[in-house]
Design a protein around this ligand. Structure first.
Ligand SMILES: [Zn+2]
Ligand SMILES: [Zn+2]
Length: 240
């Protein structure tokens, strides 16, 4: 391989390609990485006792990542196996509380309150969603690469022509070491442009101004702004 190319990781080239696509590149690459991770997990780790225990302790996944599990082809059986684990564990723990209530002397109301507290303890996740943990690690690699190489012409030009980072990834990037001037400049420009498109959208949706046509950017601005403000949106059918 060319020595000049060896200097850059695969993430560097992935980022350049992703900046050419709509919306936040880190969201897009993280989403692809999580999908791949789920597929590998299903084929290689579904019988791994330690991994299964982590997921059981986390009470499956967060809502966003459970949606990702539901949306892929052939993932339902694996999901069902994990759900079995969690429900078994929840029922075992809650049954124990219900069959052996803490029999302290006192009013019957206090007894139910104690049971409610014990059941809450039994159903509460004892650890983070494992896919959230994986996502954070991927985001750190991607943002670290962007910050490290932002002055290299290829990635700089791709970033400057992109839809910038979503606010959650912008926030995360600013908290990482390195120089952030160029990132801040691009972010400000994209935020201002998105705000201008949203202003036009709201204005032209007003019945008083219905004769004014919207351009392409304005028509899709609410969805684009949602992804810019909140990060990626998960569709059940797997589309971006
Ligand atoms: Zn993002
Ligand atoms: Zn999660």
């Amino acid at each position: 391989m060319d020595i000049a190319i060896q200097k850059y990781s695969r993430t560097y080239f992935d980022l350049i390609e992703a900046f050419k696509q709509p919306d936040c590149a880190v969201c897009r690459l993280t989403d692809a990485a999580v999908c791949q991770y789920i597929d590998i997990f299903i084929y290689e780790n579904i019988t791994n006792v330690a991994r299964r225990q982590e997921i059981r302790e986390a009470r499956l996944f967060c809502s966003l990542h459970t949606t990702k599990f539901l949306s892929g082809y052939g993932r339902l059986l694996s999901l069902a196996t994990l759900e079995q684990d969690v429900l078994n564990d929840v029922l075992r723990s809650t049954n124990r509380v219900i069959k052996h209530p803490l029999s302290r002397p006192g009013k019957i109301g206090a007894l139910f309150q104690n049971a409610a507290r014990a059941i809450r303890d039994a159903i509460r996740p004892a650890r983070n969603c494992t896919l959230c943990d994986y996502e954070r690690s991927q985001e750190r690699v991607m943002l670290g690469t962007l910050i490290q190489f932002i002055e290299e012409p290829d990635i700089r030009e791709a970033f400057e022509a992109s839809n910038a980072l979503c606010l959650p990834h912008y926030y995360m990037g600013l908290g990482m070491p390195g120089r952030h001037e160029r990132i801040i400049k691009v972010q400000q420009a994209v935020l201002a442009k998105t705000k201008a498109d949203i202003d036009e959208y709201v204005h032209k949706r007003n019945p008083l101004y219905h004769d004014q046509e919207m351009n392409e950017d304005e028509i899709e601005s609410p969805t684009r702004a949602a992804k810019l403000i909140s990060g990626r949106i998960i569709h059940m059918d797997g589309r971006w």
